[in-house]
Design a protein around this ligand. Sequence first.
Ligand SMILES: [Ca+2]
Ligand SMILES: [Ca+2]
Length: 700
Amino acid sequence: MPPFLTSFSARFRKEARGFAAVSALAGVLAAASAACGSSDVENRDYGQPPDPSTFNPGSGSSDPYGYGQGPGKVECPAELKRCEHTITYPAGSETSVELRGDFGGPGTWEVGKPMVRKGNVWSADIQIPLSTPIQYKFVVDGEWKVDPAQPTITDANDNTNNTFAGKTCEPALCEEEGQLPPGVFDWRDSVIYFVFVDRFFNGNTSLDAACRVNGVSGAIADYQGGDWAGVTQKINAGYFNDLGVNTLWITVPFDNPAVAGRGVGGDDKRYSGYHGYWPKLDTPNDPTSLSHESCFGSFDDLKTLVSSAHAKGLKVLFDYAMVHVHSSSTVYQQHNDWFWPNSKNGSPDCVCGGQFCKWETDAERCWFTDYLPHWNYTNAAARSWSVANAVAWITKTQDASGIGVDGFRADAIKHVDISWLTELRAKIKTDVTAKQTPQQRFYMVGETYDFGNRDLLKQYIDPATKLDGQFDFPLRRHIVEAALMRTRSMSDLAAFMDSNDYFYGANAVMSTFVGNHDLPRAIHLAANNRIWGDDQGADGKDRAWQNQPGAVGELEAYERLANGFAILFTNRGAPLVYYGDEIGLPGAGDPDNRRFMQWSGLNSNQTFLRDRIKKLADIRSKHPALRRGTRQTLSSDKDTWTYVRATTGDTVYVAINRSDAPKPVSGLPAGPLEDLVSAQSANGPTVTVPARQTRVFVVK
Ligand SMILES: [Ca+2]
Ligand SMILES: [Ca+2]
């Protein structure tokens, strides 16, 4: 590497990691985001499309994020600020000294930092949290020692440690490398794949015939035969490892009744419970007695899925539906008082979006439809039953090593009283994680279906007491508008991201996505000629039951969707792949967006997209900067966005071109670069990115 590159890199790292001041831009964005909200958004996870006349996912056109604001600066959150600090130990006849302590989190009590002998002292340079006291101790030739010449303190376990009162520095470093103890999974490393069990793979055809439901409006609304044995087969065949994902979100495992139910709002189609969102909970006297969906297999099949996933290094999230039960539930029938009545102020109707109850103002009590009683968790007995049930799904799926399901996707979280969530988090700590060695983080990611109101999403996030994160619907909207639909500029996306990186807190792990089971398939939004309008959430429903779209023919659409995935895979959060999106599976609104997975006959467009996702996942897995680093926008314009991600020892540059023509991007380091996507070389600081491509550079 030529010397000028070294100096650029050093200077850049200082700028990238020394976020000392909040930029004026960030302040503007924070104010703008507070003003921007679309609370008139219903949740749609009940298996049917919403009523288009009342449904409003946000138009996506009202945000005042400006064009051409230039490279953004992202403020370093206080809890990530670090100062350089040196600790010494008097040298004697010993041959090794290791520094341990809480300076890097709990992990550095277990694996510390080797000290280097410099004359008459052993020395270690570390980074410590800004203005925070630390405790530390020395392992001297294998024995724990304190330095009596330095201040000491007695901890809660009566151990004597050295202590340091804390340090300030200006500008502070910004560090995301917080160290977990060995063997503890860092959820910032998670890449999630959403397995829609009924629509994924049929591993046990003997269950199928008995699971067909009479009276549904068509096969797409009925059980189609996918099951837990099928998921396990794909786990064992290495499908997920090969794709590069490491976490599976599987649909709700609760038993659902074998009945047909009318859709919501104006939808008169009849659906089955293939999606799992109609819990039939039928053990009112014993919340730890679990009733699973027999159409997906036996409870042992579910346990085998979990243990097989763990054996392959995969985490498992259950979709957890706790807003309502189906009216056939014996829990409901025996405990009416545990549920809000379908009535309000004397009127006999409190269905959401109806005459008397509104999605917005009655979110925590209105019924999604007249056969889905809404839990009332302000009732302590109801809450206690539900929380005990949730904990039992974790403990009863434990594998031989004592680890059960690794997390929950909390369905429609804005519709439950917050006490349910805080009580569940506390109970998981005492009843699950406290019994593990080492203790794992139980990941809870929430669904708040809102494309605009980030403050609403944030209310439920606090890794200590609530969710670890939520699905980032507002980010999804911006990625789709800029990279797929191309209705807004990449500069808009860059500005949004500059305001979004730490919006939910430095310790939040949001799940970032472009597709899910409530939205028309993303490939259509990336097509040369879009078949529906600009409304990401609602458009496409008109073709859910007739005139369903076929596969998108042109490679360009797959390239644009790959760009969308490239944004997910090179940014903070846990990227989500909705099953089938890795091959550009077509589909209009719900339920057409839940077609059975295609396992054979892939064309070259589909294999291109799948291979690109594999490549991006591989690059992400090899570069901690992409999973944990800080980010700074280097340049952006209508069609391009360039940014850098950096963490200790790893710096990666990302350049995205959404245009149908090659475009130059600027702001990269001068000199030779290597693109990890194409394995080709380039020369900074200005590089031409081919049409509809992403380049992920490291300095050569
Ligand atoms: Ca089956
Ligand atoms: Ca059932």
